[in-house]
Each structure stands twice: as C-alpha cells, then as structure tokens.
Design a protein around this ligand. Structure first.
Ligand code: FAD
Length: 299
C-alpha cells in the first residue's frame, strides 16, 4: 500500500513527488510522459534559477530530482481511480496500485479547431507541438493559429526554420501573450500577423497545401498548420469519483483539497489564475503537504 500515488509527470506532479518523498511518504509517481507541457516548450525564461533553458532539459532535471529521492516512476496511463474503504485503487491498462492518498496533476490537452481537414491532415502538416515538429518545416510556409503565449512562442520557433510564418488570430490584438514575446514576433521579418481572421478549412492532397481564410474568402498556400488555440482538461475517466468541478476543471481549496476525501488536485487541471510552471509546482508542493498532514493525523 502506497501512502501517496501522484499522477502526472509535469511540474505539479514532479514537485508533489519531491515533497512527498521528503516527508518520508511511501510515494509512487505514475505518468504517461516526461515533463508534460514543458517538454513542448523550446525556451523557458521565467522559472526562477533558469533564465534560458529548453523544456526537455528542465523536465529531465525535475525527473532526476524525483529519482534521486528514490521515488519509483511508472510510465503508464491511468485509466481509472476507484475509492475503497482505506483509500484508492489507481488503475492502468496493466496494473492496479493501492494507495491511501492520490495527488492528481493530469494537466490539460490541446483544443482542436474542429474544421474540415484538421483530423485528416494530423501528422501530415497539422501539428499541435512546434517544439516537436518545427524541424520538419525547414524552408516551408507555415500557419500558426491562435494568439496566446503558446501561439507567439510557436511562431518564433517556426520562424527559425520556415521561410514564412503567418500567425492567424481571430481577435484584433494579441490577447493573452507576454509582451516580451509579442515584441519579438512583431520585429521578426519572417512573421506576418493576420488579425481578425480565422481559417475554415485545411486543404491538401496527401499533405497540407493551403488553409481557407474566412474573411478574405481565399486560400492561403501553406505547408504546415500549427494549432495553438489553448487547452482543456480531460477528466471523463474519473467520473465515478463525482469530483466537484469548475468550468470542467477540478475544484480545489487553497490546500489543494477536493470534495473527495484523500484525493488532491494540483497544477493546470485545477485552472489556476496563471497556468505556469511556477504555479503548478507550488500547488504540487501544497498538495503533498496536505496529504502528509492528513496521513499524520490518521496514524
Ligand atoms: C508550448 C508551451 C510553452 C510554455 N511555456 C512556458 C514558460 O515558458 N513558462 C512557464 O512557466 N510555463 C510555460 N508553459 C505552461 C506550463 O508548461 C504549464 O502551466 C505547466 O506545465 C502545467 O504543469 P502541470 O504539471 O499542471 O501539467 P502538465 O505539464 O500538463 O503535466 C501533466 C502531466 O500529467 C500526465 N498525465 C495526464 N493524464 C494522465 C493519465 N491519465 N495518466 C498518466 N499521466 C497522465 C501528462 O502526461 C503530463 O506528464 C508553456 C506551455 C506550453 C504548451
């Protein structure tokens, strides 16, 4: 029986595992990847102590920290959590893990455009991860859809590889992006910004060749489309727990406590005001502290 099972290998999960281990809790970390969303970021400049690091390197450092504390890491996907008399059973396709407490840090998944061509050309020019796929678009024409932080950062990275990058955004100014990134985008000769515009179709044959612009009512020739229109939580597989939610995200109090006793939520899955590494890490630490306090009282 574990004291704590932490689900998720992003900053919230890694931090929760580090804190839980240092509270001497018998801890297991289950994650389907290393780093979560930070592994998709080519440049991180705002996490204290790291003024310029790529996301994969930062993820690996966090994972190593967890491993240095002898926390076992299971690379699996959790597909269900069952409440028992003494705690929970956390289930994956091949294993069931018993635990007294669960810290769930599952993060978010990419939103889709839901337009013709998006599904058909996924992996054939349509991508949701500039860090992963930018190098495939060397000297190509690329469209980035969206206007938040992720979109402007993707545009900058893609401009290092592509011949031309169009940022297509339905609003008339960048809405949620950091001013420092916006400035770089505006100064970049390879990047052209199309405000007040949307795409209604992604066209091609075996690979992407164009997107259709709604307001101009014309096709724009591109070889790649990067969809950067935000994220959403994915929690259907926990429906049986009847977790209280807020706009689809797990509702927690300031101790990361949910309405299900013994089940904590941390990181982007709780819809923090600011979805960043530092806030996710902070919530992971608090969740581990809360789990430790509960376990101490129960002993
Ligand atoms: C392109 C991009 C650039 C960014 N740049 C920055 C930046 O420069 N600075 C900054 O502070 N923030 C940045 N962010 C935001 C930051 O990455 C997130 O706020 C942060 O990663 C959230 O951490 P998290 O641990 O809550 O979730 P995530 O990072 O999303 O991690 C969730 C983890 O849970 C795992 N998981 C989910 N479901 C399951 C399951 N069922 N079973 C097992 N494992 C599961 C996932 O695989 C993943 O490992 C960026 C995000 C993106 C997408």
């Amino acid at each position: 029986m574990n004291d704590v099972v932490v689900v998720g290998g992003g900053p919230a999960g890694f931090t929760a595992a580090i804190y839980a281990a240092r509270y001497k809790l018998n801890t297991l970390l289950i994650t389907q990847d290393i780093g979560g969303q930070i592994a998709q970021s080519h440049k991180i400049c705002n996490y204290p102590g790291f003024s310029d690091i790529d996301g994969v390197s930062l993820s690996n450092k966090m994972l190593q920290h967890v491993k240095d504390l002898d926390v076992p890491v299971a690379f699996e996907t959790v597909n269900g959590v069952e409440k028992t008399e003494n705690g929970f059973i956390v289930k994956t396709a091949t294993n069931s893990y018993e635990t007294k407490k669960v810290i769930f840090t599952g993060g978010t998944e990419h939103r889709h455009l839901g337009i013709p061509g998006e599904k058909e050309f996924a992996g054939k020019g349509v991508s949701y991860c500039a860090t992963c796929d930018a190098a495939f678009f060397r000297d190509k024409k690329i469209a980035v859809i969206g206007g938040g932080d992720a979109a402007v950062k993707a545009a900058l990275l893609l401009a290092d590889f592509g011949e031309k990058v169009y940022v297509i955004y339905r609003k008339d100014h960048f809405f949620r992006a950091e001013p420092a990134w916006i400035e770089l985008v505006e100064q970049n000769d390879k990047i052209e910004i199309l405000f007040n515009e949307e795409i209604t179709e992604i066209k091609g044959e075996s690979i992407v060749t164009a997107v259709h612009l709604k307001n101009k009512d014309e096709d724009l020739a591109v070889d790649g489309v990067f969809v950067e229109i935000g994220v959403q939580p994915k929690l259907e597989f926990l429906d049986n727990l009847a977790l209280e939610k807020n706009e689809g995200y797990i509702k927690v109090d300031s101790h990361q406590v949910t309405n299900v006793p013994g089940f904590f939520g941390a990181g982007d899955i709780t819809n923090p005001v600011l979805k960043q590494i530092i806030t996710a890490a902070s919530q992971g630490a608090v969740a581990a502290y809360s789990a430790y306090n509960e376990l101490t009282k129960e002993r």
